[in-house]
Design a protein around this ligand. Structure first.
Ligand SMILES: CC(=O)SCCNC(=O)CCNC(=O)[C@H](O)C(C)(C)COP(=O)(O)OP(=O)(O)OC[C@H]1O[C@@H](n2cnc3c(N)ncnc32)[C@H](O)[C@@H]1OP(=O)(O)O
Length: 162
């Protein structure tokens, strides 16, 4: 994943926006994600998943914000890139797992993470970016220029290994 895919400036007020690195386990990546949902994992699980995603460099783009003074991950978000047959074999981007550390909310970090993911999506030629969110986050995504469309549906499956 080349950092040339990222939007400039990548550093604002001693906060850097960059791709996830293997050393981010120590910098509180899991603790940041835990402020979104259940996200406890061991270092070995992190390394396994990180290595797996690294093998698909055109598909998974995880952007983090690091507070350089504290060496701490304070926000993150994912762009998952889906290759389709429809739309002239088009590419659709899925925005996932956006979270900003509680103590940094309301300072445009969420907006900047979305701007980075949108920038990557544009550079990769995605024809659209889509996401699921709760009603309470609709206004945030509208500020990020998304518009409400359709409904979200889920089917949670038992976690069996077939
Ligand atoms: C696809 C998914 O991942 S959905 C899951 C989203 N994540 C979560 O719900 C986790 C918990 N929440 C968070 O981490 C954060 O509150 C986020 C990511 C939703 C927002 O991040 P923040 O950094 O606080 O937002 P940011 O400061 O960039 O806000 C940008 C604009 O949206 C507005 N905004 C942000 N959140 C909200 C909200 N919930 N309701 C209304 N407006 C909002 C801000 O006021 C700001 O507007 P302004 O430019 O007029 O001042």
């Amino acid at each position: 994943m080349s950092s040339s895919l990222l939007k400039e400036p990548r550093e604002i007020d001693e906060i850097v926006y960059r791709f996830l690195e293997i050393s981010d386990f120590e910098k509180g990546f899991s603790e940041c994600l835990q402020q979104l949902t259940e996200a406890k994992f061991t270092k070995s699980q992190f390394i396994d998943r990180y290595s797996e995603l690294k093998k698909q460099p055109d598909t998974y783009f995880i952007v983090v914000a690091e507070d350089l003074k504290k060496k701490k991950i304070i926000a993150c978000g994912t762009l998952f890139v889906e290759k389709k047959f429809i739309r002239n074999c088009g590419t659709c981007g899925h925005i996932e797992d956006i979270v900003v550390d509680k103590t940094y909310r309301g300072k445009n970090l969420g907006l900047r993470i979305i701007e980075q993911l949108t920038h990557i999506g544009k550079k990769l030629g995605c024809y659209k970016l889509i996401l699921d969110c709760s009603d309470s986050n609709v206004k945030f995504y509208e500020k990020c220029l998304f518009e409400k469309k359709g409904v979200q549906m889920s089917l949670y499956l038992p976690m069996s290994k077939l």
